[in-house]
Design a protein. Structure first.
Length: 183
């Protein structure tokens, strides 16, 4: 007897696939939903990983940005005494305003008074040695660290100090903003 291979014979064993008997359209939809869920999960995972990297790199990035800002400020820095600055503004206000516009000033002067203004923003008012002069220098500080505020509390009327800050024009007095106490 000669045996021939059997073809097209179905096994009566049930298949393990749970998709059997499901319409093909439903299979495509289900596959698409699973694919979409995996894609969203992958993107979220990538986003979370990137956010973690950004948080880890934030201190280095902050230091780098501070160093760049300080280098840029030093490039525009003008060192002047409060007396010289105030004399220039009394002599020719327009020329002095133009000269100092966009500059970062380092000013040494005598403390007339200090305190806190609007929104608890600390300030110091400097004069050039003449307490009775009408024109003064107003220095406004932004406190980001407790050390800076503690240093400001040790400043008293009559002290000679050096302040650095952005020239912010003249309203009634010469204004500096974003100041730091140098000495």
């Amino acid at each position: 007897m000669c045996a021939e291979p059997v073809r097209n014979v179905r096994s009566e064993r049930p298949r393990s696939s749970s998709f059997r008997g499901m319409p093909p359209v439903l299979k495509w939809v289900l596959g698409g939903v699973v694919g979409l869920v995996l894609a969203v999960a992958g993107c979220c995972g990538l986003g979370m990983w990137r956010m973690g990297q950004a948080i880890q790199n934030a201190p280095k990035e902050f230091e780098r940005m501070q160093a760049e800002r300080e280098a840029e400020r030093k490039a525009r820095m003008v060192v002047v005494s409060a007396a010289e600055l105030l004399q220039e503004f009394e002599k020719d206000p327009a020329a002095a305003d133009e000269k100092y516009a966009g500059k970062y000033l380092e000013i040494t002067g005598v403390v007339e008074r200090s305190g806190k203004g609007r929104y608890d923003q600390p300030f110091i008012i400097l004069h050039g040695g003449d307490e009775k002069a009408k024109l003064k220098v107003e220095c406004f500080f932004e406190m980001w660290e407790p050390k800076g505020e503690a240093r400001l509390k040790r400043v008293h009327n009559g002290d000679t100090i050096t302040v650095r800050g952005e020239y912010d024009g003249r309203i009634s007095n010469v204004q500096l903003r974003e100041c730091t106490l140098v000495k």
